[in-house]
Design a protein around this ligand. Structure first.
Ligand code: CA
Length: 322
């Protein structure tokens, strides 16, 4: 079975910048929702997703992939803390991360924060991650209903994120089966905090194509006023072979010249701003070389890449080739 993936993101109708990032790859799907810091949350979600791109490759086993994914997020957390020491303007930055790594017929999931992973199977939409939020804790303990949580004034308070907060944050991981015909959807709270589950389900059912589904969900949030950045990644398991493409959206797409996009038609905002990624941007590991990529093993090269990503973001003359 083949993986068909798509991503879409929009700044929304209220915010001044898009601090969300999304990635839809051949094996890896990620949504990150950045926050805080003088430098802005966009740098947090950008560097995290850029640093994770190396994981878009085949793995031998789901257990191995789970360990690599979790270790990578903990390593990135340490790198973010280190980056704040060198760049004080980054203090207070953090990001949610919801990642799905496909290993055969298994979905390996790593999650921290309030972005979400959903699975749609046989027309039924199910949330598979749990929000690490203050209101979710109240819901779990029976002090708040799901409906009340949607409008609670403290609904955006996060208990866990990746970033300059906790040296060893707790990251949820799961290994779940992928059934033929499954559709998996990752999103930031700009979608699930705005669009109701039955509407999300409707948009997913009405759009067979992954790209169309991702864009329909972003549009659904826009129609409801899009008070927040909104990012959606869709992964379909289908029989027909996939068109090999990877896509970065939101802040993760930023260093690629935005002028490359077509200008918005007059009088109406483009529903999404997603950019196809030049292949040179993505470290491609040929199949069969799984887990032997020296880049992911040598800690120093991971740190160098992280430094290069940050330097590019800030426009520094980095001395590390990217
Ligand atoms: Ca958000």
């Amino acid at each position: 079975m083949a993986t068909h993936s798509a991503a879409a993101s929009d700044i929304g109708l209220v915010r001044q910048s898009n601090q969300d990032s999304g990635f839809a790859g051949r094996f890896l799907m990620v949504v990150a929702d950045g926050m805080g810091g003088h430098a802005g949350g966009d740098v947090a979600s950008h560097v995290v997703i850029r640093q994770m791109l190396d994981l878009d490759r085949p793995f031998d086993s789901p257990e191995k992939a789970r360990k690599v994914l979790r270790d990578e997020l903990l390593k990135i957390n340490a790198l973010l803390i280190g980056a704040v020491v060198e760049r004080p303007e980054l203090a207070g930055l953090g990001t949610t991360v919801s990642a799905l790594l496909r290993v055969g017929d298994k979905a390996v999931i790593a999650h921290i924060g309030d972005s979400r992973v959903y699975r749609m199977r046989e027309g039924k939409l199910e949330q598979v991650t749990e929000d690490h939020t203050y209101v979710q804790r109240l819901v779990d303990s029976g002090r708040l209903t799901e409906e009340e949580a949607l409008v609670h004034p403290r609904r955006s308070v996060l208990l866990r994120v990746l970033g300059d907060v906790d040296a060893r944050p707790e990251i949820d991981t799961m290994i779940l089966p992928i059934a033929p015909g499954d559709r998996w959807m990752l999103c930031s709270d700009g979608l699930c905090g705005v669009v109701r589950p039955d509407e999300m389900r409707g948009a997913l059912l009405a759009n067979a194509d992954a790209n169309a589904a991702a864009e329909a969900l972003v549009s659904a949030s826009m129609q409801l006023g899009a008070p927040d950045n909104v990012t959606v990644v869709v992964m379909d398991d289908r029989e027909e072979p996939a068109v090999e493409s990877v896509r970065l959206v939101g802040a993760a797409a930023k260093p690629i010249s935005v002028s490359a996009t077509t200008p918005a038609p007059k009088g109406r905002r483009r529903p999404t701003r997603s950019l196809p990624v030049a292949t040179s941007e993505i470290p491609i590991v040929p199949a069969g070389e799984s887990e032997s990529n020296p880049d992911s093993r040598a800690d120093t090269s991971g740190r160098d890449r992280f430094g290069a990503i940050l330097n590019r973001w800030f426009g520094d003359k980095g001395n590390t080739p990217s």
